[in-house]
Design a protein around this ligand. Structure first.
Ligand code: ADP
Ligand code: MG
Length: 732
C-alpha cells in the first residue's frame, strides 16, 4: 500500500524547536514586580508597612488618579541612612532579616526586601529621608532597582517620604485595566481606615492630592472604640460588642483574640472584616465565612456583620512567607482556632440579645426525630430552622440540663481512657515539621470561577439538611463508641455518628471549596504509579498469589499510568496531585490542616483515578476526582485491627514449644504477642482518635453541610433522649 506524501509544512513554521533564551533581568524583575505590586493599593500597603516598621507615629498618604499618577507616603520614622541609599531599591535588600531562621520569628511587616525594588521596575520612585541628628536630608530617584543619580542634599522634616509616580507606565495592559476601574482610591481609603483602627497610638491621614480635606483622618487615641468611631462613624461604633478568646493548650492551639463585632441592631449589605494577625493586616476567607455563618444562623434578620479582630499567636506558628503580597498567611491549627472564635462570637451574640427580639433555639425532640433513620425526609424537614422556635427561657428545667458543654472537654469518654503514646503527634506539632512537609504554593490560579465547580458547590448547599446541620454545628463530641461510630450529644439527645461517612463527605466538600488553592504535602519518597496500580490490582484480587493475570495487570497498570500522565497538568493545577516526568506521584493536597491521609490507601486512590473517573465530561471529571480524594482522605479504620478490643487476638502468634522445653509433649503451643506490630497498630489507632477529636469534629462544625441522604443512610443514629430517660428514672 502506498502512503501519500504528507503535505509540506507551512513555510513559516520552523523545523527545529524554538531556541530557549534567557530573559533579560529587567524583564524578569518587571514580571516579579507585577506579582508584588498588583495594583496601587498594594503599593500603598507596602509603603505604609515600611513606615510602621520604621516606628513612625504619624503616617500621611496622598494619592492622585487612584494612585496611577502619584502615591506619596510620608512618615516621621527613623529614616534611612545615607550609606544605605545606593542599595535601598535593589531586590532582596532588607534591614529586617538576615538568616533563614529569622523568618520563623519575624515580627516586622517587611522582610523580603522586594517592595521598593518592585516599585522601581514599574514606576518612578523618589525617596526623601533624614535620620536623627542630621542637619539636612537627602533626595534620590530610582529606576529599575538603581539610583538615577547621587543622593542630593535637601531640606527635610523628620522621617521619610516616598513618592511613586506613573505606576505601571511600562505595563500597558495593566494600566489600561486599572484605568477602567475607578475604585482604587476607595480601596486605598479602605486600607488606611483598617490600619487606623488597629494602630490606635498612631495618627493616619489619607487624601486626594491637592484636596484640603482628608478622607481618613485619625489622631492617636487610647481607645479602640474612639478610633472606630472616628473612622467608621457613630452608627458603627454604637452597635459593637467586645469579644475575646484565648487558648493556651499546645495540644489544640495557642492564640489570643481581641476584637469588636456588630450586634443585632447593626445592619449592612456587605461584611466588613478587619483582621490583623500578629499586627499584620491579612485576609482569611475561612474565618470570614465562619463569622458570616454565625451571624446568619444566630440573628433573626439577615445582616452582614462588621468585625474587627486582632489575633496574636506565637510568631513561629504563622507562616508569613506564603503569598507574594504577604496578604495571606498560613496558621498552625487554623481550623481549631476558627472553631474556638466561632463559638465565642456565637455565645456573645446570643447573650447580648437576651433582652431583645432575639430567640434562642431550644430542644425540640419532635424536630430532631425525623432526622433519624427515616427515609421519609420531606422538604419541610430540610428547611426546618432551629433558630425560629421559642423565646429563650432563663431557667433551664432540670430534665433539659445537659451534662457536657461543647467548649469544655471534661466529661468526654476520652478522659477515662488510658493515655496512649502520642510522640509522633507531638513532634509533628512543631512548625518546622509542618513547614518541611507542607509547602504553600504561591500564586494559585484564579480558577474557582469554573462554572462546573460552582455548580457542584451549589449542589452541596441545596442538598444540605438543616436539622443535621444543627446537630453537627452544636454537638459535643463524647468519644468513640466503637471503631466507626462516635458518640455525640446534642441538647438532650445522644447520637451515634459514622465518622467514616462524615469524614468522607467533609473531605469531598473541602476539595471542591479549596479547588485550585491547595497547600501541598510532599511525599518523602516519590511513588511510582505503575507499582501503585499493580499493588491495588493485587489487593482487589481474591487470590493474590495467583500469577495467572500478571500480564493483564501489567497492561492495565501501563494504560492507567499513561492516562494519568496525560492528565497530570489538570491534576496538579486543580488538585495539587503532582505526577512527575518519570510517572512518580510526588505531591498530594492538604485538605484539612494538620491531617494527612493513611498512605496504605494510596494504591486504591490511584487505581480509582484511573478507573472510576469520567475524563470526558468536565463536571463529572472534577466530581469524580474530588470523590476519589474524599474517599482516600476519609478517616477509615486503620488496616491493622484495633488492638484495644477483640482485635488483640490478631497480634498473638502461636509459638510451638520444642520438645525439650516441655518434657516430651509435642503439641503444646503458647501465645506470644508481636510487640512491634502491636505498637504500630496502637499508634495508628491513637493517631486516628486524636485526629477525629481535634481535626475532624472542629472542622465538621465549621465546614460540613450534611446532605439529606445522611438522615436516612445510618450515618446518624439516635440512641437516647435524656428527657425520656429522665422520665423513666422519675417513675422508678
Ligand atoms: P522590606 O520591608 O521587606 O525590608 P522594602 O523593599 O519594603 O523591603 O524596604 C527595604 C528597606 O528599606 C527596609 O528594610 C528598610 O530598611 C528601608 N525602608 C523602606 N521604607 C522605609 C521607611 N519609610 N523608613 C525607614 N526605612 C525604610
Ligand atoms: Mg517593606
Amino acid at each position: 500500500m502506498e502512503i501519500e506524501e504528507p503535505e509540506p509544512p507551512p513555510p513559516r513554521q520552523p523545523k527545529e524547536p524554538p531556541k530557549i533564551r534567557r530573559l533579560h533581568d529587567s524583564v524578569v524583575n518587571r514580571i516579579a514586580a507585577g506579582e508584588v505590586i498588583q495594583r496601587p493599593v498594594s503599593a500603598v500597603k507596602e509603603l505604609v508597612e515600611n513606615s510602621l516598621d520604621a516606628r513612625s507615629t504619624a503616617i500621611n498618604v496622598a494619592v492622585k488618579d487612584g494612585g496611577l499618577k502619584l502615591i506619596q507616603v510620608s512618615d516621621d520614622g527613623h529614616g534611612i541612612r545615607y550609606e544605605d541609599l545606593p542599595i535601598l531599591c535593589e531586590r532582596h535588600t532588607t534591614s529586617k532579616l538576615s538568616t533563614f531562621e529569622d523568618l520563623q520569628s519575624i515580627q516586622s511587616m517587611g522582610f523580603r526586601g522586594e517592595a521598593l525594588a518592585s516599585m522601581t521596575y514599574v514606576a518612578h520612585v523618589t525617596v526623601t529621608t533624614i535620620t536623627e541628628g542630621q542637619l539636612h536630608g537627602y533626595r534620590v530617584s530610582y529606576r529599575d532597582g538603581v539610583m538615577e543619580h547621587e543622593p542630593k542634599a535637601c531640606a527635610a522634616v523628620k522621617g521619610t517620604q516616598i513618592m511613586v509616580e506613573n505606576l505601571f507606565y511600562n505595563m500597558v495592559a495593566r494600566r489600561k485595566t486599572l484605568q477602567n476601574s475607578a475604585d482604587d482610591y476607595s480601596k486605598i481609603v479602605d486600607l488606611l481606615s483598617r490600619f487606623a483602627i488597629h494602630h490606635i497610638g498612631l495618627s493616619f491621614s489619607c487624601r486626594k492630592h491637592g484636596a484640603a480635606r482628608a478622607d481618613v483622618h485619625r489622631v492617636a487615641t487610647s481607645s479602640r472604640l474612639d478610633a472606630i468611631k472616628s473612622v467608621y462613624g457613630v452608627s458603627v461604633a454604637h452597635n459593637l460588642l467586645k469579644v475575646e478568646a484565648r487558648d493556651d493548650d499546645p495540644s489544640s492551639s495557642i492564640f489570643e483574640m481581641n476584637g469588636f463585632i456588630s450586634n443585632s441592631s447593626y445592619s449592612a449589605k456587605k461584611t466588613t472584616m478587619v483582621l490583623f494577625i500578629n499586627d499584620r493586616i491579612v485576609e482569611c476567607t475561612a474565618l470570614k465565612r465562619a463569622m458570616e455563618v454565625v451571624y446568619a444562623a444566630t440573628l433573626p434578620k439577615a445582616s452582614k456583620p462588621f468585625i474587627y479582630m486582632a489575633i496574636t499567636l506565637p510568631p513561629e506558628h504563622v507562616d508569613v512567607n506564603v503569598h507574594p503580597t504577604k496578604r495571606e498567611v498560613s496558621l498552625l491549627s487554623q481550623e481549631v482556632i476558627i472553631g474556638k472564635i466561632q463559638s465565642v462570637v456565637e455565645s456573645k451574640l446570643r447573650n447580648s440579645n437576651e433582652a431583645r427580639t432575639f430567640q434562642e433555639q431550644t430542644v425540640e425532640p419532635s424536630a430532631s426525630c425525623p432526622i433519624i433513620a427515616s427515609p421519609m425526609v420531606t422538604s419541610k424537614d430540610r428547611h426546618y430552622n432551629p433558630s425560629s422556635s421559642r423565646p429563650k427561657s432563663q431557667k433551664v428545667p432540670v430534665q433539659k440540663m445537659v451534662r457536657t458543654d461543647s467548649l469544655d472537654p471534661a466529661g468526654r469518654l476520652h478522659a477515662y481512657l488510658q493515655a496512649k503514646p502520642l510522640t509522633n503527634l507531638e513532634n509533628s506539632n512543631s512548625l518546622t515539621a509542618v513547614r518541611s512537609s507542607i509547602r504553600q504554593r504561591r500564586n494559585p490560579k484564579e480558577t474557582a470561577d469554573l462554572s462546573s465547580i460552582q455548580e457542584l458547590v451549589d449542589e452541596i448547599d441545596s442538598k444540605c439538611h438543616s436539622g443535621l446541620l444543627d446537630i453537627v454545628r452544636h454537638c459535643t463530641y463524647v468519644g468513640m463508641a466503637d471503631d466507626v461510630y462516635a458518640l455525640l450529644q446534642h441538647n438532650t439527645n445522644l447520637y451515634l455518628a459514622n465518622v467514616v461517612n462524615l469524614s468522607k463527605e467533609l473531605m469531598y466538600q473541602q476539595v471542591l471549596r479549596r479547588f485550585a488553592h491547595f497547600n501541598g504535602i510532599k511525599l518523602s519518597d516519590p511513588a511510582p504509579l505503575p507499582e501503585l496500580i499493580t499493588l491495588a490490582l493485587k489487593e482487589e484480587d481474591l487470590d493474590p498469589e495467583c500469577s495467572e493475570n500478571d500480564d493483564l495487570k501489567k497492561k492495565i497498570a501501563e494504560l492507567n499510568t499513561n492516562l494519568l500522565k496525560q492528565k497530570a497538568e489538570l491534576l496538579d493545577e486543580y488538585f495539587c496531585v503532582h505526577v512527575d516526568e518519570d510517572s512518580n506521584l510526588c505531591w498530594l493536597p492538604v485538605i484539612l490542616d494538620q491531617y494527612t491521609p493513611d498512605m496504605d490507601r494510596l494504591p486504591e486512590f490511584v487505581l480509582c483515578l484511573g478507573n472510576d473517573v469520567d475524563w470526558e465530561d468536565e463536571k463529572n471529571c472534577l466530581q469524580g476526582i474530588s470523590a476519589a480524594l474524599g474517599n482516600f482522605y476519609a478517616m477509615h479504620t486503620p488496616l491493622l485491627p484495633n488492638p484495644s478490643g477483640d482485635g488483640l487476638q490478631f497480634y498473638k502468634r502461636s509459638k510451638h514449644l520444642s520438645a525439650s522445653d516441655d518434657g516430651g509433649n509435642d503439641n503444646k503451643t503458647e501465645d506470644e504477642i508481636d510487640h512491634e506490630l502491636l505498637s504500630e497498630a496502637q499508634m495508628a489507632w491513637s493517631q486516628r482518635e486524636w485526629s477525629i477529636q481535634h481535626v475532624l469534629f472542629p472542622s465538621l462544625r465549621l465546614f460540613l453541610k450534611p446532605p439529606a441522604s445522611m438522615a436516612a443512610n445510618g450515618t446518624f443514629v439516635q440512641v437516647a433522649s435524656l428527657e425520656k430517660l429522665y422520665k423513666i428514672f422519675e417513675r422508678c
